[in-house]
Design a protein around this ligand. Structure first.
Ligand SMILES: Nc1ncnc2c1ncn2[C@@H]1O[C@H](COP(=O)(O)OP(=O)(O)OP(=O)(O)O)[C@@H](O)[C@H]1O
Ligand SMILES: [Mg+2]
Length: 469
């Protein structure tokens, strides 16, 4: 039996066992010549209807595509419409293709809602190119397990992108018929991680029959084994989405040869796990039109009628989806504050650009600070020194080697770490490589370190930076 058919049966086994009356269904299957009279007898002699149903599903799992199709047809003939709908997605091709009749959106909805995939933000603009890139990578998990990492700086839209990429019926149907399971991770300690994995195992076991359920894992090792069993045996060809990973040791628990999509600010977060790996970078902000669209949607204004401040805000934050949605949400309540919020942004008053939303951090500075706080202390100090960089100026490692008084190689390693954590960007088309900060990062650093970094440091470094560029 094809894997997609098998995983569909496994996925809905519990529901089937609850609902079907096997005797009637088996009559159809005998006439289709997919089960024998002896097999039917063995099922029929089970003590209760539920046991019979469980035995029939067990028997089916050992059979071929024709048996699946016959079982599906029997469900239709016996008016089990709901169950037939559930099993429809698993119909082996080309049979499935012929029957496909527009129920795909329902399938996508069912899979993403059931799997805990967050809904779109209230104001949403599409990013088709990025979505396509993520989907392309996810299609590569068709035949083999592996990891797709979406990485980029704070608030660049990674989580929104991940949830958008899996809302696609073709992808679900072809690559992840076993389902989609979203898990928000964030910065966790070990007990916190255990609770997360316990809740995931609990969720996955809910749709299984009672016998297949285990007691909750009590250690991370047990949790990993539980997850391995569930992902390989019960949910083959499903996708696990791990949102917001900070620590690569967290990933070790999920290193069980399954298919994973993860978001992180750290590019190399998946380096230490095994299997095929793919990456998608969310580097740039939104283009001007999309960025303005966010402000227009929040303020219910036509694009053409947006005030000039709207354009300045977009320019100032380089199209950052987070900043635009924070400011948009504020403007929605105070529509006459365009000049005020633009001024706040220009004066780097990030604390005043604050709005509670579904986003984990309610102010831009908190989101940025979180990335810096996870650096080793001595690197935090070095990162602070980047305050001397100038907007739109890219510098080679050599300049920082002078500023930090460190060997070039050591500087390159540190910069590599910053780049990996999306705290710094690199232009690798140039030799030597040139490094630069996103405007918002530079503004944040300036705001944070106004007192520490004197004008003299700036004056000392700026000419040097320009000279070497
Ligand atoms: N396509 C989009 N359309 C509209 N708003 C968006 C879009 N993408 C992101 N946003 C806004 O930006 C905010 C931050 O996005 P998201 O949570 O995806 O960022 P992130 O890159 O995952 O950040 P972090 O690194 O902190 O996890 C969202 O809460 C949403 O308001
Ligand atoms: Mg996120």
């Amino acid at each position: 039996m094809e894997e997609q058919a098998r995983s569909c049966l496994l996925r809905f086994r519990h529901k089937l066992v609850q609902d079907i009356k096997p005797t009637y269904l088996m009559d159809h299957m005998i006439s289709d010549d997919v089960i024998t009279v002896d097999e039917e007898e063995r099922v029929r002699t089970q003590p209760t209807r539920k046991d019979q149903a469980a035995a029939l599903v067990e028997l089916l799992l050992r059979k071929d595509n024709r048996s699946y199709i016959s079982f599906y047809n029997a469900l239709v003939k016996e008016a089990y419409d709901d169950l037939a709908n559930l099993l429809h997605a698993g119909l082996p091709t080309p049979y499935g293709e012929n029957l496909w009749d527009g129920r795909e959106d329902l399938l996508t909805l069912a899979f993403t809602v059931e799997g805990g995939v967050p809904q779109r933000p209230v104001v949403f603009v599409s990013r088709p190119e990025l979505v396509n890139r993520v989907q392309e990578k996810l299609y590569q998990l068709h035949k083999i397990s592996g990891w797709v990492t979406i990485f980029g700086m704070a608030g660049s839209g990674k989580s929104v992108l991940a949830s958008e990429a899996v809302r696609h019926h073709g992808l679900i149907e072809e690559v992840f018929p076993g389902g989609i399971h979203w898990l928000s991770i964030g910065q966790l300690d070990k007990p916190g991680l255990l609770v997360k994995v316990q809740s995931l195992c609990f969720r996955l076991e809910q749709s299984l029959d009672a016998q297949s359920r285990h007691r909750p894992p009590s250690s991370l090792d047990e949790a990993k084994e539980c997850l391995r069993f569930l992902m390989l045996r019960k949910y083959p060809r499903s996708l696990l989405i791990l949102d917001d990973i900070w620590d690569s040791t967290v990933l070790k628990v999920f290193d069980v040869h399954c298919r994973v999509l993860l978001t992180s600010r750290n590019k190399s977060i998946a380096d230490s796990v095994s299997g095929s790996k793919h990456e998608v970078e969310v580097e740039s902000g939104l283009d001007d039109k999309k960025a303005l669209e966010i402000l227009a949607l929040y303020t219910k204004t036509e694009l053409k009628k947006l005030p000039t401040e709207a354009h300045s805000i977009v320019r100032e934050c380089k199209g950052s989806p987070l900043v635009l949605s924070l400011i948009g949400a504020l403007l929605k309540e105070k529509p006459n504050r365009w000049p005020y919020y633009l001024r706040q942004l220009q004066q780097k008053q990030f604390k005043r650009i604050r709005k509670s939303s579904s986003y984990d951090y309610d102010a831009l500075d908190q989101a940025m600070a979180a990335s810096i706080e996870v650096l080793p202390e001595e690197h935090q100090e070095l990162y602070k020194d980047l305050t001397v960089l100038e907007k739109d100026v890219k510098i080679p490692a050599k300049v920082l080697s002078v500023l930090w008084d460190l060997e070039l190689e050591e500087v390159e390693d540190i910069l590599h770490e910053f780049v990996n954590k999306s705290l710094l960007f690199v232009d690798s088309h140039n030799k030597p490589h040139l490094y630069y900060l996103h405007d918002l990062q530079l503004d944040f650093l300036l705001e944070q370190n106004r007192d520490q970094i004197g004008e003299c440091a700036r004056a000392a470094c700026a000419p040097c930076a320009r000279a070497s560029y």
